[in-house]
Design a binder for this molecule. Structure first.
Ligand code: GDP
Ligand code: MN
Length: 403
C-alpha cells in the first residue's frame, strides 16, 4: 500500500525522524490557515505548497489546467492562497503518473527549509528497501539528492552506496556511520545523519514497510538533517497489524477496478493488453498470461480468483474484466480442485446472463473435478461461449478470435 507524503512524514516523525514540518489542507482557505499555524509553530515566513498524490516527480510535474508545478514556493502568506488554488482540484501530470495525470485533492503546506545561512543547503538521497536477492534489507544512499535514483544508477552508479542489514543483528552503529561518512558529512551534520538513519530504520522495521525513499534528505544551512520528501510503501500482508496505518489508505489514488476486485477478495492487477483472463491460482494465472502472449495477444489483466472460487467470485471477476474497455476477448482458465468445474460454469453462465449484451468472445477452459459437467453446462447454455479442453486449444481459439 502507498500513502501520501504528509502521512508518511507523520509516521516518520513519530519514530523520531526529523522532517520538514507541514500541515495538510484541502481548500485554499484551509491552506492559508495551515500556513498561519505553521508560522506560529516554526516561525517560518516562506512556505512550500506541495501537491499530495501517490506519484513522484511533482516538483517538475505540471498541473494541466493552470501550468503550475506540483511543488511551488510561496514567499509570503499572501502567496499561499493563489498558489494553492493553482494546484488544488487540478490534474497533475508527472513522469510517474502517465499522460492522464492524477487529480490533486490535498496540498501540504510545508515550511521552507532551504533558508540561507553559514553553508549552502545540500540535498542527499536515502532509501531503505528489501533486497530480495540477498534476503535482507538494504540502505541506499547518494550525494545526488533530488535526482531520480534510476538516472544516478545508470549514469554514475559509483555515486550510490549500499549497506546491507543482517536481519539477525539489525542495523549496527558502524553501518550508519559508514553511510554518513560516504555522504561526505562531518561534525554536527554527521552526527545528525547517523541519528536520522537509525530512526528511519526503526520506523521501517516497526511499520513492516517494504520501501522507504527519502529524496531529498536535506542538510540545512545550519547543519540540520531533515526529510523533505517521503515515499513510504507498506507490505499489504502486514497491514492487519497496523490498523492506524491501514486507515491511511486513499482509495481515490488507486485503480478503481483493482479496488473493486479487492472488495470481492480477488487478486487483480490491471495491465495494458486486450485479452482479459480469469484464472484460479497465481501460478496458473502466470502460465495463462504466457499462453496469451504466445498466441499473439497481450493480457489485459492478471486475475486470480483464488482456490475456493464460487459462482459469486466468478461473476465478480467477470464483471471487473468487462469494465475494462480494452478487452477484446476473455479467456477463462480454471482448474477444478477445491472448486468444482460445474459450479464455475454456472457462475460464468449466470454472470453472462445477468450482465447481458456481452459482445466480446469468451473462451472457457475447465479441467479437473466435474470438468465434463462444466463443459456441458457451457455448451447447452446457448451462449456465445467457446469451450476448450486443453490449454493449447484455448490459445488457438484466442488467436482465432483476435484475428
Ligand atoms: P517530488 O518532486 O515529487 O520528488 O517532490 P519533493 O518533495 O522531492 O520536492 C521537489 C523539489 O522541491 C525538491 O527536490 C526541492 O528541490 C524542492 N523543495 C522542496 N521543499 C523545498 C523547500 O522547503 N524550499 C525550497 N526552496 N525548495 C524545496
Ligand atoms: Mn522527491
Amino acid at each position: 500500500m502507498n500513502i501520501h507524503e504528509y502521512q508518511a512524514k507523520d509516521i516518520l516523525k513519530s519514530y523520531g525522524v526529523t522532517i520538514q514540518e507541514g500541515i495538510v489542507a484541502d481548500t485554499p482557505e484551509k491552506a492559508v490557515e495551515a500556513a498561519k499555524e505553521l508560522n506560529r509553530e516554526t516561525g517560518t515566513e516562506w512556505y512550500v505548497v506541495k501537491a499530495q498524490i501517490h506519484a513522484g516527480g511533482r516538483g517538475k510535474g505540471k498541473v494541466q489546467e493552470t501550468g503550475s508545478n506540483g511543488v511551488v514556493l510561496a514567499k509570503s502568506l499572501d502567496e499561499v492562497k493563489p498558489k494553492s488554488e493553482a494546484i488544488l482540484g487540478g490534474t497533475l501530470v508527472t513522469h510517474q503518473t502517465g499522460a492522464e495525470g492524477k487529480k490533486v485533492n490535498k496540498v501540504l503546506i510545508a515550511q521552507d527549509v532551504y533558508y540561507p545561512g553559514e553553508s549552502e543547503p545540500k540535498e542527499y538521497y536515502l532509501s531503505i528497501l528489501l533486497d530480495r536477492a540477498k534476503g535482507c534489507n538494504v540502505i541506499m544512499a547518494s550525494t545526488e539528492g533530488g535526482m531520480d535514483i534510476e538516472t544516478v544508477a545508470e549514469e554514475t552508479p559509483e555515486k550510490i552506496v549500499k549497506e546491507w542489514i543482517d536481519p539477525a543483528v539489525g542495523l549496527q552503529g558502524f553501518q550508519a556511520r559508514k553511510v554518513a561518512f560516504a555522504l561526505g558529512l562531518e561534525g554536527q551534520a554527521f552526527k545528525e545523519m547517523v541519528k536520522f538513519i537509525f530512526s528511519l530504520y526503526k520506523a521501517y522495521e516497526a511499520t513492516d514497510s517494504s520501501q522507504f525513499e527519502i529524496n531529498p534528505v536535506l542538510k540545512t544551512s545550519d547543519n540540520k538533517i531533515l526529510a523533505v520528501d517521503a515515499k513510504v510503501n507498506l507490505d499489504d500482508n502486514a497491514l492487519y497489524r497496523h490498523k492506524d496505518i491501514a486507515e491511511m489508505r486513499d482509495l481515490s489514488e488507486e485503480d478503481p477496478l483493482e479496488v473493486e476486485a479487492g472488495q470481492n477478495g480477488l487478486n487483480y492487477v490491471k495491465l495494458d493488453g486486450n485479452v482479459g483472463c480469469m484464472v484460479n491460482g497465481a501460478g496458473l494465472a502466470m502460465a495463462t498470461m504466457d499462453i496469451i502472449k504466445l498466441s499473439g495477444g497481450e493480457p489485459a489483466n492478471f486475475l486470480d480468483v483464488g482456490g475456493g472460487a464460487n459462482a459469486q467470485t466468478v461473476e465478480a471477476g467477470f464483471r471487473i474484466i468487462l469494465k475494462d474497455p480494452n478487452v477484446k476477448a476473455i479467456l477463462i482458465n480454471i482448474f477444478g480442485g477445491i472448486v468444482r468445474c460445474d459450479r464455475v460454469a454456472n457462475g460464468v453462465v449466470e454472470a453472462y446472463k445477468s450482465i447481458g449484451d456481452i459482445d466480446v468472445p469468451i473462451i472457457v477452459r475447465l479441467q479437473g473435478t466435474n470438468a465434463e459437467e462444466g463443459a456441458k453446462i457451457i455448451d447447452e447454455s446457448g451462449l456465445k461461449v467457446v469451450s476448450a479442453v486443453v490449454l493449447k486449444d484455448a490459445a488457438e481459439k484466442v488467436k482465432e478470435v483476435l484475428a
